[in-house]
Design a protein around this ligand. Structure first.
Ligand SMILES: [Zn+2]
Length: 676
């Protein structure tokens, strides 16, 4: 890959990165506190490694990249592993998992197997050796070949038996246990409740609380004094029977391990197909916050032991297993520019243009900065390295600036005095943090307004994308939404992007919307603060478009779910010259279908949130079904939400529901409640 930096810039950047990474490493691992997330620190290390790849001669011996992970500490006895302790390759999406699946299938085209699915615990890998059924040694992974002897600490873990039980295992295995060596590997973790209890004791003793449970479990095991590990209460879950006792499947090995008296993770299960693996992954992600331990993903292994052995290894990772990790929701990148974006209501949003970066499974090149106050609060400057965060379906945002990496050339951003598009002065309402372009003729506003008008939630006109709208505006064929309905095919033919067929189709699509339900009509007006739900409330309240357009502030304040700010905004629109003009044009062209009395049903008066992908219906259909049953479909979860309906690959809403104690329903439950 071609270097993106000149050598002198790279040298300067590397020096800053080294200092910063070392500082956060110290905080995290020595002082057990943190100022940035582990994901953000990983992102910085990744950048460092990339620059060093371009300029290998700039690598210094003290660079964080030169640290060999897991080098045994000198004070521990070293243990050479009988069988190398491998690590797993990571995947971050279903697509990558399927690629992994395709790769081994190419090597073994006729093989059939199911998959063992286990949780990827955030702990310390340890291998246990039993001789004649007695625990003789416990060792850490180390570099995979040589680990540290931590027998003294591991002996204090109550879930690790000091001798294996043999009364429930098949007799050939009993024979093996009693006469030879059996090796079992697994993870030492600290359960959430034990971590909380430990921290409570720390605080009570006037000591600082621990921040990272994995560091605590690793730190406790790697103590020379076993009393420390004993006091901290650790737990062990096995994930591999290393010794060949004749097991044909991993699931069988898990059974035997449990019969020997060693726990395996109770959530471990078997999936027949990759799709089944995916649905387990989705379910576990939902349960993640409520699990008794911390996990950072799922381990997927081919259940067929013989096949797994046959497939062998690439480098230090086995082909037959993979770690499906939850992708990082925080990464670092550089702000290249801050640009004001004009919304349909004239709201001006500063947007950061970023070096493109992969976060939570998607490439992100823009992040919202919300408003000028937010920029001041964060102290973001153009040229800064920042931590960006993306969770679920939420718009990416900047959460922190790494001022240590700020270049001398970084520029402070200042709020413009004029709209970037129409150059008219901008205003800020006293009660709001947002600046507005108040020019009703602003082309940017106009365009956004037109795009909103034809969008799915409003008039839903097919074939009117942003570039088509641009052409129509440039040719001065439309000025506002009222002009769509007077367009004629002959005006369009010959324009850029327009062939005859397209012109005819577009006019037909527009005419198909000459009859429009009241709520969509109101939504299409694009009144500030009036979204789909508010439009629906207004339609239910006023029933007819005549009643709505005559409404004054007093009437509007009686509408359920509508507050003062929204009522004001609607009243202002209805009495404005612009609003009156558009309404006049639209009402001359379309028939507005009066709103029926609100539907009633089992969901009466309750609010629901739909997240993720449902199998038997689209999101819109699910929300319509909720409304048909008398309920409200809303966008964000609160304590008042009756239930969150959760499909595959849900966003953060499912987690939020769990946090707030809001019930979550799967699709089956949802349909049952609907009476379907
Ligand atoms: Zn403007």
């Amino acid at each position: 890959m071609k270097p993106r930096l000149t050598k002198s810039v790279a040298r300067d950047r590397l020096a800053k990165l080294r200092t910063l990474i070392e500082r956060h490493r110290r905080l995290m691992h020595v002082e057990d506190t943190s100022e940035i997330s582990e994901a953000a620190l990983d992102s910085l290390k990744h950048e460092l490694a990339e620059i060093e790849m371009w300029y290998p001669d700039l690598i210094t011996p003290d660079s964080p990249s030169q640290r060999v992970a897991g080098t045994p500490l000198p004070q521990f006895k070293k243990v050479t592993h009988r069988v190398r302790m491998f690590s797993l390759a990571d995947v971050f999406s279903l697509e990558e998992l399927k690629e992994w699946d395709g790769r081994w299938r190419k090597l073994a085209p006729h093989a059939t197997t199911d998959y063992l699915i286990d949780l990827k615990l955030d702990g310390l890998a340890v291998t246990l050796t039993y001789d004649h059924g007695r625990l003789i040694q416990a060792a850490t992974r180390g570099d995979g070949f040589v680990g540290e002897d931590v027998t003294h600490s591991v002996r204090t873990i109550e879930s690790v038996p000091l001798s294996l039980s043999t009364d429930r295992v098949p007799s050939p295995i009993r024979q093996a246990i009693n006469t030879s060596v059996v090796e079992v590997r697994g993870e030492v973790v600290m359960l959430k409740k034990d971590f909380d209890a430990l921290n409570a004791r720390q605080v009570a003793a006037g000591k600082p609380a621990f921040a990272n449970p994995r560091n605590v479990s690793a730190g406790s095991i790697r103590q020379l004094d076993p009393a420390i590990a004993a006091a901290r209460k650790l737990t062990f879950y096995a994930w591999e029977l290393v010794t060949d006792l004749g097991q044909t499947s991993l699931a069988e090995a898990y059974e035997w391990i449990r019969a020997m008296g060693i726990p395996t993770n109770p959530k471990a299960t078997v999936g027949a197909t990759i799709n089944e693996v995916a649905s387990v992954h989705a379910r576990i992600e939902q349960e993640r916050e409520r699990l008794p331990f911390w996990i950072d993903g799922m381990v997927v292994k081919l259940n067929d032991v013989v096949l797994g052995r046959r497939l062998g290894f690439v480098g230090k990772t086995p082909r037959a297993a993979v770690a499906w990790k939850y992708s990082a929701e925080q990464v670092t990148t550089v702000v290249r520019d801050i640009v004001l974006q004009v919304g349909r209501t004239g709201a001006l949003t500063p947007v950061a243009h970023l070096d493109p970066v992969l976060v939570a499974g998607t490439t992100v090149a823009r992040a919202t900065l919300h408003n000028a106050d937010e920029i001041r609060r964060l102290d973001v400057r153009i040229g800064d390295t920042v931590i960006i965060q993306k969770a679920g379906d939420i718009i990416p945002e900047i959460v922190q600036v790494l001022t240590e990496l700020r270049p001398a050339s970084a520029r402070v951003w200042v709020m413009a005095k004029r709209c970037p598009v129409c150059r008219e002065p901008i205003e800020r309402k006293e009660s709001e943090a947002i600046h507005y372009c108040v020019n009703s003729k602003c082309p940017a506003k106009q365009r956004e307004q037109l795009e909103h008008f034809v969008s799915k939630s409003a008039f839903d006109i097919v074939g009117l994308g942003p570039s088509t709208i641009d052409v129509l505006v440039e040719e001065e064929l439309i000025h506002d939404a009222g002009d769509f309905f007077t367009l004629k095919p002959e005006q369009l033919i010959g324009l850029p992007l327009f062939a005859e067929k397209k012109s005819v189709n577009l006019i037909a699509a527009i005419h198909a919307r000459r009859r429009i339900p009241l709520d969509r009509f109101i939504s299409g007006l694009g009144i500030r603060h009036v979204g789909t739900e508010t439009a629906r409330s207004l339609a239910h309240y006023f029933h007819t478009v005549e009643a709505f357009t005559k409404a004054d502030l007093k009437t509007l304040s009686h509408v359920p779910d509508i507050g003062e700010v929204v009522a004001n905004s609607i009243a202002t629109y209805l009495s404005s010259a612009v609003g009156k003009n558009i309404l006049k044009k639209l009402l001359a062209a379309v028939t507005v279908i009066p709103s029926a009395a609100p539907a009633t049903g089992p969901f009466n008066g309750k609010s629901f949130v739909v997240t993720g992908t449902l199998l038997s219906m689209t999101r819109e259909e699910a929300e319509e079904a909720i409304r048909q049953a008398g309920g409200k479909a809303i966008g964000s979860v609160s304590k008042k939400t009756a239930a969150v309906i959760v499909g595959a690959e849900p966003g953060s809403k499912a987690t939020k529901a769990a946090d707030l104690g809001v019930p979550t329903w799967d699709e089956t439950r949802f349909k049952k409640e609907l009476g379907r």
